[in-house]
Design a protein around this ligand. Structure first.
Ligand SMILES: NC(=O)C1=CN([C@@H]2O[C@H](COP(=O)(O)OP(=O)(O)OC[C@H]3O[C@@H](n4cnc5c(N)ncnc54)[C@H](OP(=O)(O)O)[C@@H]3O)[C@@H](O)[C@H]2O)C=CC1
Ligand SMILES: CC(=O)[C@@H](O)[C@H](O)COP(=O)(O)O
Ligand SMILES: [Mn+2]
Length: 395
């Protein structure tokens, strides 16, 4: 039977890697729908290539150019929030959730409410609304398949034993492009420098998160929700080679690790497979060629975002949503030149402190979590560096 796939975030790094996996199995998969933000040309080109049934852009102003780009193809299209929901609700066996940031939460949640199988790359959905999201998944029967490389490796390692026998889990971090830099150099880093990830080619936002180690903090929160472990059962080790992605430590002292070359096609293929694994044309892991693995403890003094994320996880309730919203505001400002790299942890810390009085508040629904996200963004924007205004000239 052909397996129908919908990709949310189709024109991004994960979306393109998913298309490469599908291209290796043209008889097995069919594309129901593709969704992106505003990239008309990229989406139309992909829709033609993958013979999608329907495409949607979140940007409602792009309806006309999208229709023109698809003219004569027979591919239906729409633009704006209702078109995105239409894409999600069309019949498909698996939805790949790969929109960047909390913008992915509402469409992913709409897929979850339909009880779909979800390949979840969009970690921000779980960070913002993890408890409500997982509760709704259990209620609707939606299967959440971890696509993030560490969580995918952990899910595979976990399958070798009983979940009640897990003592701890370790997530590995590449350490990012600034792993060996001193504090002052990190604080002055530029967007172009964050784009030089040592082991993966990824989108701009996750590149910044990886460079600040916020990505690993978000992943601890993601693991907490996916695997139901307490914060003290989750830790991080820096492993610059990105070959070991996650380790499960069992009660008898054994450790099961998930290894693979750093290539997102591998976890994506794992999520798209059914009972049997997909055959993938990817380079085989060659340990002798790699030569050695190294490990370091993460340095939370140089990378305070990891400490802040751990604190938000420990605080629980809505604090991870606040952390995530503040981080998105600060990262956006950094990427557009309105803030420095060193402003990111400061804005996140000040925003989390501003919400300390509401530490016990747990958003009961995804909508409540989104409301908290909006409020956190409003507060975080006030902590961004003041826009420099030209001095009034003497007349
Ligand atoms: N890249 C990677 O290797 C990994 C990524 N992830 C996670 O996967 C997610 C995607 O990352 P990545 O692929 O790198 O990101 P990219 O920036 O490369 O791609 C983001 C995608 O989301 C789309 N998009 C942005 N805003 C909206 C919106 N409001 N509505 C609909 N679509 C939107 C973009 O469309 P457009 O092009 O039109 O702007 C694009 O297709 C993130 O949550 C990230 O943390 C997890 C593990 C690894
Ligand atoms: C590929 C993937 O899963 C990313 O989330 C990756 O983890 C980023 O690398 P870092 O380990 O540098 O955060
Ligand atoms: Mn990851």
């Amino acid at each position: 039977m052909t397996h129908r796939i919908t990709i949310l975030g189709a024109t991004g790094s994960i979306g393109k890697s998913t298309a490469e996996v599908l291209a290796q199995h043209p008889d097995r998969f069919r594309v129901t729908a593709l969704v992106s933000g505003s990239d008309v040309r990229g989406l139309a080109e992909m829709a033609h290539r993958l013979e999608a049934e329907f495409v949607a852009l979140a940007d409602a102003s792009k309806q006309k150019p999208l229709r023109e780009a698809l003219a004569g193809s027979g591919i239906a299209s729409g633009a704006g929030p209702s078109a995105v929901i239409e894409a999600v609700e069309r019949e498909a066996e698996t939805i790949v959730a790969a929109i960047s940031g909390v913008a992915g939460l509402a469409p992913t949640h709409a897929a979850l409410k339909k009880g779909r199988r979800i390949g979840l790359a969009n970690k921000e959905s779980l960070v913002c609304a993890g408890a409500a999201f997982m509760r709704d998944a259990a209620r609707t029967g939606a299967a959440i398949l971890p696509m993030d490389s560490e969580h995918n490796a952990l899910a595979q390692a976990l399958a070798s034993g009983h979940p009640d026998d897990v003592v701890t889990m370790t997530l590995t971090a590449s350490g990012g492009p600034f792993r060996t830099w001193d504090e002052a150099r990190i604080a002055a880093a530029t967007p172009a420098q964050t784009a030089k990830h040592p082991t993966y080619s990824m989108g701009a936002k996750i590149n910044v998160d990886s460079a600040s180690l916020m990505n690993k903090g978000l992943e601890l929160i993601e693991a907490h929700h996916l695997f139901g472990l307490r914060p003290d059962q989750l830790d991080v080790v820096v492993h610059p080679q990105s070959i070991i992605h996650g380790l499960v430590h069992w009660r008898d002292g054994a450790v099961t690790a998930g290894l693979a070359n750093p290539d997102m096609k591998i976890p994506i293929a794992n999520c798209l497979a059914a009972e049997r694994r997909l055959t993938m044309s990817v380079p085989r892991l060659d340990l002798a060629a790699i030569g050695g693995f190294t490990f370091e403890a993460p340095d939370e003094a140089r990378f305070p975002c990891l400490r802040l994320a751990r604190a938000a996880l420990a605080a629980g309730g809505g604090m991870p949503a606040v952390l995530n919203g503040a981080n998105e505001v600060a990262v956006e400002a950094f990427l557009s030149g309105r803030a420095g790299f060193g402003d990111i942890p400061r804005v996140v810390e000040e925003t989390c402190a501003a919400f300390a009085g509401q530490a016990g508040y747990e958003p009961a629904t995804v909508e409540d979590a989104l409301a908290l996200d909006r409020e956190a963004r409003r507060i975080a924007a006030g902590f961004l560096p003041a826009v420099s205004r030209p001095a009034v000239a003497r007349v």
